[in-house]
Write a protein that binds this ligand. Structure first.
Ligand SMILES: [Zn+2]
Length: 173
């Protein structure tokens, strides 16, 4: 099985202007730097994963080979990115209806980056426990690309973002 491209999300796309894409891309890069800074704070030696943003009608991916995340966003998501520009991260994460789709997708792919750059193929004790809980509660993605190593990275992300892990999975993944 190819571990190269992790393909997780697919959203409905409609045509849009380049200006919106460019504006959203620059905001998303700042958001990504902030989230990456939190998740990778203890791992300064890990070379940063690049972020690309397009409006292609494809699912967003993390590529192991390229060490790159590519977010492929429809117009609705790009608009929301721009609208949410001045909201702080913790406010967006704490929204009662859950964080916006663009943020969930960005976090999801950043977790895959952490999984492959730091956790590698291993599973931490916390990740194993969390994966068992997720299987029992059926509350998160479960397949070959979302197993022990992924949930080890999820546990780390939840802890560093200050959110209880199962709550984090229900709201953010
Ligand atoms: Zn995924």
């Amino acid at each position: 099985m190819s571990q190269n491209v992790i393909c997780c999300r697919s959203l409905v796309h409609t045509p849009k202007g380049d200006n919106m894409l460019n504006e959203a891309r620059s905001i998303l890069i700042s958001r990504y730097e902030e989230i990456r800074g939190i998740l990778f704070e203890m791992y300064p030696y890990v070379s940063p994963t690049k972020l690309g943003v397009t409006d292609r009608e494809e699912c967003s991916v993390f590529s192991v080979k390229d060490n790159a995340i590519v977010l492929n966003f429809p117009e609705l998501n790009l608009r929301d990115v721009i609208e949410d520009e001045h909201q702080n991260l913790q406010t967006l994460l704490a929204q009662s209806q859950g964080p916006p789709a663009w943020l969930r997708e960005l976090i999801h792919e950043t977790i895959h980056a952490f999984e492959h750059r730091v956790i590698c193929q291993s599973t931490t004790t916390e990740g194993k426990e969390l994966f068992t809980q997720v299987q029992a509660a059926r509350c998160g993605p479960i397949d070959a690309q979302h197993a022990g190593p992924f949930y080890s990275a999820v546990h780390h992300a939840a802890s560093t973002l200050g959110i209880e892990p199962l709550q984090f999975i229900k709201n953010c993944l």
